[in-house]
Design a protein around this ligand. Sequence first.
Ligand SMILES: Nc1ccn([C@@H]2O[C@H](COP(=O)(O)OP(=O)(O)O)[C@@H](O)[C@H]2O)c(=O)n1
Ligand SMILES: [Ca+2]
Length: 491
Amino acid sequence: MKEKNPWHTPVTIIITVIGVIAIVALVTVAVLQNRPVPQKYKYGIVLDAGSSHTALYIYQWRAEKDNNTGRVEQTHSCKVKGKGISSYASEPWRAGESLTLCMQEAEKRVPHKRHHETPLYLGATAGMRLLNMENSSASDRVFQAVERALQKFPFSYQGARILSGQEEGAFGWVTVNYLDDRLTQGLETTGALDLGGASTQISFVSDNYDGSESPSNSVTFRLYGNDYNLYTHSFLCYGKDQVLRMALAQQTQSGPGAILDPCFHPGYMETKNYSVLYDSPCVSDRKPQGAPSIFNHTGNGNFRQCQEVVKRVFNFSSCKYSRCSFNGVFQPLLQGPFGAFSAYYFVMNFLNLTDTSIPLESVMEKLTRYCATPWEKIKLQHPNVKLNYLAEYCFSGTYILTLLTEGYNFTSESYSSIKFIKKINGSDAGWTLGYMLNLTNMIPAEAPDSPPLPHAGYVSIVTIIAFLLFVLVILSLRPLWPRCSKQPHII
Ligand SMILES: Nc1ccn([C@@H]2O[C@H](COP(=O)(O)OP(=O)(O)O)[C@@H](O)[C@H]2O)c(=O)n1
Ligand SMILES: [Ca+2]
């Protein structure tokens, strides 16, 4: 005769209730914890204070993905009216004032409730490097004025500073490879060529370069679990505007008063001021003594002769390393592909020469014809281009080809591995994005753990496991189930 255990029914009920609560709790946690957050963007603003002008860039990324794969993108850019901040050395307040319009635009573009958390950076490049060398208190005053102007805005101001040449080169390289999604994939990287008005940068990874030969040219990164040993060099004074000064300064040495310049079109003639020409540390030591205050600058449009003039701004005489580019600067063996941006793009795009599948020899022939075209004809062909910019494209194109081939040792073959680019996937190529990614720690050293399952899959699996657990609990309680609860007990 079996005696009924008085605990059977209550225990079963309690365990079942606890089980159900636990399962409901588990599923709820699973659903809530891994649920995609409603889409929310974060923003960052970088001002690129270049030697010739300042530009503002706004970047945005999804808040929940900031530590994940490359999805920071440029949403807006604003070109500051007027010249670069270094040109306001004698009236610094105007440097600050010049930024106002673009900053007001940024205030409208970034959603109001994100203003306070949006970091704002200003990075200055070669124009401020030169001003700082020439007159450091003037450069301090420019920064103070800029700082005062930027702090009036509601963003999270993170400072204004001069980037080193290495930083400028390395962050340009990070930007190009980030936008191409080469870093997360561990793919072969793209070298970066940046041409500014006052300096130029070359940065690339070369397999047979370990950084020991010239440590100052070496930058190491660990990004997404991969180590990179980057070669980078910034040539101060080798931006296209300063090289033009150097080329002119060199030609005035042969006799003051007039220059017949092969880098300018036949028929071009302007009266220029020596003091303006020599007002830069890149050329100031070459100023001839007792020269007249003005000179006649006349063009004769000859690419080959222009190339000879440009070659003279490079010094190839000594190299204490295994190999050099120019001016005794170490450069390992070139390893492509390369992306060439900023003035490289603007100039080659104007000249219709961005297609590098055209052989280098044909590019040179085209430039020869362009340089030889009379100035009057050039003006008629481009009525909307400002004349002082228009006059310089023959020189700038010649400088670019000479820098690449004679300076960096690109050959007819390796020239075709260069792409002249402005944007990659909607964002401008340049140092600004890499700079911001670095300062906001948005590129992790190690590859981020990718979720093993998307959210829906995760919820389904937890639900199935919970259900199985439930069944298991119920079955395990079977021995405790009252056998014949509906039958009258037989005593
Ligand atoms: N639409 C444009 C914009 C800039 N540029 C040139 O691109 C260069 C930009 O240099 P930058 O102001 O960034 O100067 P750095 O401080 O980088 O040396 C200048 O030589 C400008 O004249 C151009 O040729 N066309
Ligand atoms: Ca620049």
